[in-house]
Ligand binder design. Structure first.
Ligand SMILES: Nc1ncnc2c1ncn2[C@@H]1O[C@H](COP(=O)(O)OP(=O)(O)O)[C@@H](O)[C@H]1O
Ligand SMILES: [Mg+2]
Length: 223
């Protein structure tokens, strides 16, 4: 379980996140929405240990973020908004490179399977020849090498084709429902959000999101 308690974040005098409290169970998919600049990436970065909250706490399983950062990091898969790939290397070379950085050892066969699970089959192609959707899938596959129980995704499906989006969505659903992972992801695609997510967290009040989600019956939590 992931427990966020009274979490606030300010940059200087500017308060971005204000008193967020939320408990998320294993197997849940949480959508994170809100207008540009609302603080979605800020929240994901706090959950990814990239930044520290101004106040409040985050606990994953038995581990408190403030005290067990090293342990926590092993349990997180993070896909940032910007792609971080070696463009001149093939898919295989990227996977092997990031496996070396990981704290878990995976065989080449296992790494390839991780890509195939997402319908990423361009194993020997250089990354710069891949479509945006394929690159996203590779970024996601890399974040999963160490089999983390918490997946944090900052706009993983923005600007990619519908087929890749569906494949990524199906994959996330499988990870949550079959493997009990917690998935928290940011998206502006409300069809995707309403079809995939168990609950939606909106940063900042926003009648637009409230109206859409009310129609589909998706649970909305506003901070
Ligand atoms: N490192 C930082 N220093 C100062 N301000 C920041 C920093 N990171 C983000 N911000 C500000 O915090 C607000 C929220 O940003 P962000 O979390 O990226 O929003 P979103 O992802 O919802 O579009 C923005 O106003 C942004 O300018
Ligand atoms: Mg953002």
């Amino acid at each position: 379980m992931l427990t966020i308690d009274s979490l606030s974040k300010s940059y200087g005098k500017k308060q971005i996140l204000n008193n967020i409290s939320l408990s998320i169970e294993k197997g849940e998919i949480i959508g994170l929405v809100g207008e540009n600049g609302a603080g979605k990436s800020t929240l994901i970065q706090l959950l990814a240990t990239i930044d520290k909250p101004t106040s409040g706490s985050i606990i994953l399983g038995e581990s408190n973020y403030a005290r067990h950062k090293k342990e926590i990091r092993k349990q997180i898969g993070f896909v940032p908004q910007e792609l971080a790939l070696w463009e001149e290397f093939t898919v295989k070379e990227n996977m092997l490179f990031f496996e070396k950085l990981s704290w878990i050892r995976k065989s080449t066969g296992e790494l390839k399977q991780l890509c195939l699970d997402m319908s990423l089959d361009k194993w020997d192609e250089p990354v710069h020849t891949l479509s945006g959707g394929m690159k996203r899938k590779l970024n996601l596959a890399i974040s999963l090498i160490h089999d983390p129980p918490l997946l944090l995704l900052d706009e993983p499906t923005v600007g990619i084709d519908l087929k890749s989006r569906k494949e990524i969505g199906n994959y996330l659903q499988l990870q949550a429902k079959e493997h009990g992972k917690i998935v928290i992801y940011i998206s502006h695609d409300m069809d995707e959000i309403t079809s995939l997510c168990d609950r939606v967290v909106c940063i900042g009040e926003d009648p637009f999101y409230e109206e859409i989600l009310a129609k589909t019956g998706t649970e909305l939590i506003v901070f």
